[in-house]
Design a protein. Structure first.
Ligand SMILES: Nc1ncnc2c1ncn2[C@@H]1O[C@H](COP(=O)(O)OP(=O)(O)OP(=O)(O)O)[C@@H](O)[C@H]1O
Ligand SMILES: [Mg+2]
Length: 337
């Protein structure tokens, strides 16, 4: 049987062991290298956040690690099993929630869970018990008998996650689990994930949000254009990105050059978003903010908004690469080159 729907009755590796390991993973699509020599390890019972902007290569990495796409070169092991030579055992050891919802629209939440449970070979009684438990755990008890097409985005993501947990896999891959969710659904999902990890699940999640990785991950690997550009604890990365950034919006686009020159006096690099008339630079706390306020007072430049923003993925990228995360113009150039 090579279907991914096989019963997971496999124990993960012993405590302290590596649950997920990537060694020099490479994926090429024609001339384009989507993933370039990526390596990392995830100890059992911990959470790794793969952080990167659109097109960084996150989904491609997850697909290689979950046996859905063969690496061009390099290797990966899940729960001790090699994805290339032991794909069946890898599938039995892991759950995957992909970037797009995979549940059936026509079926109810409960029917979706039962259908997949049936494919896993879980007995009827056990399945009824597990369905109730999962619907309850994911706050879908009331919605369980409604068709999925009536569900909100957050409910779909939760159902997706419930389905991927049916077999209680020791290792779970989540590809952008909260993209598109409102802040409340997002924090509810974070709570669910925290409790899974507390019960011993090893988690690899991809995200575009530094805050999400910060909330959930023990270690973060930052991916840009297929390469690992940084890795460390959330604290280490945030320190690298600066404590916060100054974000300033000028009223008149004509003032941007002068505003940029003023902001440069803080000593940091200044990023200008011309369309939004917004300038961003690293800030060293309130001291920088108050100095900037007084410079702008003296200059007479009219400001719509000025404040300190928490470090974001953009700030991490600015400090690591000198370019903004969503600035992937060079990627397109490289691709067409
Ligand atoms: N099957 C494919 N054929 C050609 N190029 C591909 C294929 N799959 C992905 N790519 C390219 O590889 C790069 C990485 O894509 P990937 O989907 O892994 O990024 P991502 O980090 O998951 O982005 P997002 O945050 O938008 O989901 C992109 O430039 C993408 O266009
Ligand atoms: Mg993706």
């Amino acid at each position: 049987m090579s279907s991914p729907f096989t019963p997971a009755r496999i124990d993960g590796p012993a405590t302290g062991e590596v649950a997920i390991e990537a060694v020099d993973l490479v994926k090429r699509f024609g001339d384009f290298t989507a993933v370039d020599t990526v390596s990392f390890t995830v100890p059992r019972g911990s959470v790794l956040g793969l952080l990167g902007p659109n097109g960084a290569g996150k989904t491609t990495i997850v697909r290689m690690m979950t046996t859905l796409s063969p690496p061009t070169s390099g290797s990966a092991r899940i729960a001790g099993y090699d994805v290339a030579t032991e794909p069946e055992m890898v599938r039995r050891s892991m759950g995957l929630t992909g970037q797009a919802a995979t549940v059936d629209e026509i079926l109810t939440g409960r029917e979706n869970i039962r259908m997949i449970g049936g494919l896993y070979g879980i007995g009827r009684r056990e399945l009824a018990r597990r369905s109730d438990q999962l619907l309850e755990q994911f706050s879908l008890a009331d919605a369980g008998n409604k068709q999925v097409k009536s569900y909100s985005g957050g409910m779909r993501r939760r159902l997706d996650l419930a389905v991927s947990l049916l077999a209680a896999p020791p290792v779970l891959f989540l590809d952008e689990p909260t993209t598109g969710l409102d802040p409340r659904s997002r924090s509810e999902l974070w709570d669910v994930l925290r409790s899974l990890v507390a019960e011993g699940t090893t988690l690899l999640l991809t995200t575009q949000y530094l805050e999400e990785a910060d909330q959930l991950a023990d270690k973060i690997v930052v991916i840009d254009k297929g390469r690992v550009i940084a890795h460390g604890t959330p604290l280490q990365l945030k320190e690298q990105a600066g404590a916060a950034s100054l974000v300033l919006t000028v009223s008149d686009a004509g003032d941007i050059p002068e505003a940029e020159a003023l902001l440069r006096k803080t000593g940091g690099e200044v990023f200008v978003d011309h369309g939004a008339r917004r300038l961003t630079s690293p800030a060293n706390g309130l001291g920088d903010l108050t100095r900037v306020v007084s410079w702008f007072d003296e200059s007479g430049i009219a400001i719509d908004d000025l404040g300190l923003a928490r470090p974001s993925l953009d700030d991490v990228f600015l400090s690591l690469t000198g370019h903004k995360a969503e600035d992937d113009a060079s990627t397109d150039e490289e691709k067409s080159a």
